[in-house]
Design a protein around this ligand. Structure first.
Ligand SMILES: [Fe+2]
Length: 136
């Protein structure tokens, strides 16, 4: 299980709330997998991620645009590649059914996203946003 802690916080309430929701869903999936029910949950997780990605990435990108974050292009690029990865996973699941390999890949990608994207790119964005927002 992945526990939320302060080191994941970017210091913007709205973004942190969305990240916590992602943690909840990823933990649900990991738990279902441990109990052998990952396959059944996968369509629901894909539905969640489809809506979540649109809303959450738009929120972050709006903040970055509003405060003229210089690293917006590469951050946006990372979001787009995450969306693409999940579109591919979804296509695979629909074509071949959710096999064990696919579930392992989905879990790995999600955990990696939480650990790498949120702890690196989002933290960097958060520091910048906190700095400019304090000055306003
Ligand atoms: Fe992000």
């Amino acid at each position: 299980m992945l526990e939320w802690s302060d080191r994941f916080s970017v210091g913007v309430l709205e973004i942190d709330a969305q990240h916590r929701e992602l943690f909840r869903q990823v933990n649900r999936l990991l738990e279902a997998c441990m109990q052998g029910g990952g396959k059944n949950l996968l369509p629901e997780i894909f539905d969640f991620l489809g809506k979540y990605a649109v809303e959450h990435f738009a929120t972050e990108e709006q903040y970055m645009t509003r405060y003229a974050y210089p690293k917006l292009p590469e951050h946006k690029q990372a979001h787009e590649s995450f969306v693409q990865t999940f579109l591919d996973f979804r296509k695979k699941a629909e074509a071949q059914g959710p096999g064990v390999d696919l579930i392992v890949q989905v879990n790995k990608t999600l955990v990696d996203w939480l650990k790498n994207h949120i702890l690196k790119m989002d933290q960097e964005m958060g520091k910048f946003l906190q700095g400019v927002m304090e000055r306003k």
